[in-house]
Write a protein that binds this ligand. Structure first.
Ligand code: AMP
Length: 365
């Protein structure tokens, strides 16, 4: 397998905090990073060697960017796929098919169920007119989700009773209405697959979301999660193999009384894997870099008995600083400007060094 050696340039599509942490891991291994993003204030570009600011559909800009890169990856899954042919012979890892499937909730669910996974019951609709029929078919409560471009709870509307739909103003775009899953916990499976097809998994954290945004991850994830991890991992590995995937891949699940129910997949490093920076032998960011460059993978095992990661959402740097009074806390601030409501400004990982305390953690508190 051809190795992209340290000293080469890794291109990253997307300029947010995932790109920033990926760039820092790449720098540790001696790579240069070139960020490609449409926005002017990229927190990834701030820590990288080069920055192309251009729209994702600008083929000329993509071709010029690719000419300066040895491999291209992405930190954001809503990059339009068709213009990526402008990257030419420069390898895109993970590949465009993974991106294409993960961008569309319908394609994703069909793909997962074809591979033997279970997803929440759902119905497709194209506008408000189809909503009542969808609610009648699937039942309420449920969640209406845009098929594309949704993230962090955006593009989602909760419907507690069929009557709720009467007051809603739904955009005329392709959507899914999904039945509400009664889950005991939420968790994700994060794996890395090398260029040669070797697969490794990190421990699965129990994830707690508030208003559709990830709030906290706890590792170990507790008995409920751990019992469902083997089946979820089998599905995730089938996904990775089927896509001939290279890099870090994340699948999110609901742990239910009937086993793991697939929620969504992200063809990239993931917020629920941030604890791996301090809590695992090799972080998700470093292993992603290793995988896309054809290097041997690092061990994904825990290096401490446990870890708890909390997102700092809408928190200013000033508000976050007292966290440093806890000597076990690792504070990450993303260097974003304004601390708006719902905006991920940073995260904190607290390592659990006591075996007994980690074993007692039952994931979501
Ligand atoms: P998503 O953007 O689809 O990952 O949704 C964000 C969060 O909303 C999930 O992590 C869950 O906490 C919640 N959620 C989404 N879909 C469902 C569902 N069908 N049933 C119950 N909770 C859901």
């Amino acid at each position: 397998m051809p190795v992209i050696a340290p000293g080469s340039t890794i291109g990253i599509l997307g300029g947010g905090q995932l790109g920033r942490m990926m760039a820092m891991a790449a720098a540790q291994l001696g790579y240069s990073v070139h960020i490609y993003a449409p926005e002017a204030d990229s927190v990834a570009a701030e820590v990288s060697a080069a920055f192309t600011r251009a729209p994702f559909h600008d083929r000329d800009a993509l071709a010029a960017f690719a000419a300066q890169c040895d491999v291209v990856t992405y930190e954001f899954e809503n990059v339009p796929v068709a213009p990526l042919t402008a990257l030419g012979a420069v390898p895109l890892r993970a590949n465009a098919r993974a991106l294409e499937i993960a961008q569309d909730r319908l394609a994703e669910k069909n793909f997962i169920t074809r591979l033997g996974g279970t997803a929440a019951p759902f119905c497709e609709l194209d506008d408000e007119a189809g909503l009542q029929a969808a609610i009648a078919a699937v039942g309420a409560p449920g969640i209406l989700k845009t098929r594309r471009d949704g993230y962090d709870g955006k593009g989602q509307w909760r419907i507690m009773a069929p009557g709720d739909a009467n007051e809603m103003c739904v955009p005329p775009i392709p959507m899914l209405y999904e039945g509400f899953v009664r889950f005991e916990a939420e968790f994700s499976v994060i794996l890395v697959r090398s260029l040669a097809g070797q697969v490794r998994f990190w421990d699965s954290a129990a994830n707690v979301h508030v208003n559709g945004i990830l709030s906290r991850c706890t590792v170990p994830g507790g008995a409920t999660v751990m019992a469902q991890v083997p089946a979820a991992r089998r599905l995730a590995e089938r996904v990775a193999t089927e896509l001939d995937y290279v890099g870090v891949l994340t699948l999110e699940f609901f742990a239910t009384a009937n086993g793991p129910v697939f929620n969504e997949m992200a063809p990239r490093v993931h917020n629920s894997g941030h604890w791996t920076i301090e809590g695992a032998i090799t972080s998700q960011f470093e292993n992603h870099v290793r995988a896309i460059c054809g290097l041997p993978l690092g061990d994904c095992g825990l290096r401490v008995p446990g870890a708890v990661m909390e997102n700092l959402i809408g928190t200013t740097a000033e508000e976050a600083l007292p966290i440093l009074n806890d000597p076990s806390a690792h504070l990450h601030l993303y260097g974003k400007g304004e601390a708006r409501e719902g905006r991920k400004m940073g995260h904190v990982t607290r390592l659990v060094l006591d075996e007994a305390v980690a074993a007692r953690a039952e994931g979501p508190a």
